[in-house]
Design a protein around this ligand. Structure first.
Ligand code: AGP
Length: 606
């Protein structure tokens, strides 16, 4: 899941590309490259490493070109290296291509092209594309691209420039996201909105199997049969400062601190005179006569969907499954007549989740999605989408999107439960009353950042950590462990506390910090005995609790006390100290918090 960008206009393209690639770097950052046309020649600069390294090697001398394409890579085929970095060229350097996705039949195509005399220099799947363009070029670039896409299998978003058309950029979308930015005397191509926001707010989202050919004044879009298509221009609401760090050292920390505001603004948006109203409640129809719900999602969104399973079963009294997207379609799930699929995704571009949706659609199962990025593929391919309005999330480790997902899952669940007369008005009012206190309670926990940073100093050298929770906090333990794993590279695992004695407790000795999520709720006693069990094996206990920790003081080395709330809301509060703990541990270990190794923000390949 790489980031691609293209620009044609009057500005010096190299700075536009470098700044744009920086905004896309969270999509992949193991190598980078640009290609531009200057004096009718294609100039390429690419290398292993980060965008700042490329910018330094260009040492600021503007290249006076007005058209170019760029790429930041998350390697799928061919290790990160200067040769495998994009753009890739044909034998005579007349076509340059950047690509996000995977060409599944590249080896077969490569063999065929080598037989025809083409010389390949990289290990990538992408390099077949410029050689195919070279092979089929007949003076008509649209016809040539149409011939090439008929040969390609897999997923691809492409940006192409050619010496034959020094005033045009060609974009192609099949499987990976691609948007067109419509400017004044300039036009852009990009994998994502942040890269073009400083140039324009008018975008066209390319659909599956579409080709765009643009110069600085005109944009023409065709389908894979060469038929021209009329497309709607959408206006982006996001402000530019939303994609800036706003004085924070990392996007992740900024996004952790944005959570009270995100929750507050969403509550203002959906709690109208004490009633829950989400997008005019149009989604309610999707739940009619449904007696089985399947959540499917990946990573942090999967954890949110697990929370969904717990509360939907409890408050809707229907069967709910929660599947990992990457497992879902290969386990041949039972999708019955009265099943509703709920897909959860921050980016709306996760390939595994998308394929889960496509499988369910084939079986005529309605799809309701809970998404952050409007206009994303999952949004457009779902029957209905509920937006979590968390704003752009740039840090690879998802934080504010998670708590916003929990919030919307809860609101949807409460509304349907109330409409089905399962919970009464009084209980609903009480929960909403508690909910409205959550933003300030999160602010209170954020106020403890220094205390949490101090605790992080005690444990950042350990390479193994276990998170324990029961009930809804089994989910919190999974999410806390994922946060620590993905940004600090510590081997962290979340367990249902009661499960430890069935095996994992064998791991425990004095070298194991154990983070126990142990609020004083109906499971406190059970949880306390589980904590005692690992303490008895000399684990170093860090307790997150909301009560006066009398017993905990005797067994825990570190205790973080957070405000009390009702059990169904606890996961929104209890994850905050774990996000901050992970952040500060990663910082102390010298990790790049926003761009952790081997990861990317949206995983657009299976
Ligand atoms: C979470 O911090 C990770 N970035 C990752 O697990 C992520 O949640 C997963 O890839 C799903 O992404 P999505 O919500 O955009 O679909």
């Amino acid at each position: 899941m790489c980031g691609i960008i293209g620009y044609i206009g009057n500005k010096n393209v190299d700075s536009v590309l470098l700044v744009g690639l920086e905004k896309l770097e969270y999509r992949g950052y193991d190598s980078v490259g640009i290609a531009l046309i200057s004096n009718n020649e294609i100039f390429v600069k690419k290398q292993k490493g980060r965008i700042r390294d490329l910018a330094n090697s260009l040492n600021g001398t503007p290249l006076k070109a007005k058209i170019g394409i760029g790429h930041t890579r998350w390697a799928t085929h061919g290790k990160p290296s200067d040769i495998n970095a994009h753009p890739h060229l044909d034998c005579k350097r007349r076509f340059a291509v950047v690509h996000n996705g995977v060409i599944e039949n590249f080896e077969k195509l490569k063999k065929k092209l080598i037989k025809k005399g083409h010389k390949f220099i990289s290990e990538t799947d992408t390099e077949v594309i410029p050689h195919l363009l070279e092979e089929y070029y007949n003076g008509d670039i649209l016809k040539t691209v149409l011939k090439v896409v008929r040969e390609l299998k897999g997923s691809y978003a492409l940006a192409i420039i050619s010496k034959f058309h020094p005033d045009k950029i060609i974009g192609v979308r099949k499987g990976s996201p691609l948007i067109v930015g419509i400017g004044e005397g300039e036009n852009l191509l990009s994998s994502d909105i942040p890269a073009i926001l400083s140039h324009t707010r008018k975008i066209i989202t390319l659909n599956e199997e579409e080709i765009v050919i643009m110069d600085k004044e005109n944009v023409k879009i065709y389908d894979f049969h060469g038929k021209e298509k009329r497309k709607r221009i959408r206006y982006i609401e996001w402000e530019e400062d939303m994609i800036e760090k706003g004085g924070y050292p990392y996007f992740m920390l900024k996004e952790i601190h944005e959570q009270p505001k995100v929750i507050e603004e969403n509550l203002k948006r959906v709690i109208i005179n004490g009633e829950i109203k989400i997008q005019e409640n149009e989604f309610l129809n999707f739940f009619k006569n449904k007696n089985h719900i399947i959540f499917q999602a990946a990573g942090t969104s999967y954890h949110a969907s697990l929370y969904g399973k717990y509360i939907f079963e409890k408050y809707l009294k229907i069967f709910v499954d929660s599947d990992l997207s990457s497992e879902f379609r290969y386990r041949e799930p039972l999708l019955l007549k009265n099943t509703l699929m709920i897909a959860v995704s921050q980016s709306g571009e996760t390939a595994d989740t998308l394929e889960g949706i496509r499988l369910a659609k084939k079986k005529k199962i309605p799809i309701l999605s809970i998404v952050n990025v409007k206009g994303s593929t999952i949004d457009r391919e779902s029957n209905y989408t509920i937006y979590i309005n968390a704003g752009p999330e740039i840090g690879v480790a998802s934080t504010k999107a998670y708590t916003a997902q929990l919030l919307y899952l809860l609101l949807i669940c409460l509304l349907i439960s109330y409409k089905r007369n399962i919970i009464k008005k009084k209980q609903l009012k009480e929960i909403i009353h508690e909910l409205e206190k959550i933003p300030d309670k999160i602010r209170y926990i954020l106020g403890k950042e220094e205390e949490i940073a101090e605790i992080a100093k005690k444990y950042y050298k350990f390479n193994n950590v276990i998170f324990l929770g029961r009930g809804l906090h089994y989910v919190t333990a999974l999410e806390g462990a994922l946060k620590l794993k993905e940004i600090s590279y510590i081997h962290a695992t979340g367990y249902a506390a009661g499960e430890m004695k069935h095996g994992p407790i064998a791991l425990i000795d004095k070298n194991w910090p154990v983070i126990a999520i142990i609020p004083k709720n109906y499971l406190y006693q059970k949880m306390l005995s589980n904590v005692m069990e690992v303490k008895a094996r000399e684990a170093k206990i860090i307790a997150i609790t909301d009560g006066t920790p009398t017993e905990l003081k005797k067994i825990a080395e570190s205790i973080i006390i957070i405000p009390k709330t009702i059990p169904i809301l606890e996961p929104i509060l209890n994850i905050i100290p774990l996000q901050l703990f992970a952040y500060h541990v990663a910082l102390l270990r010298g990790c790049d918090v926003d761009k952790p190794r081997n990861l990317a923000k949206s995983v657009t390949v299976e």
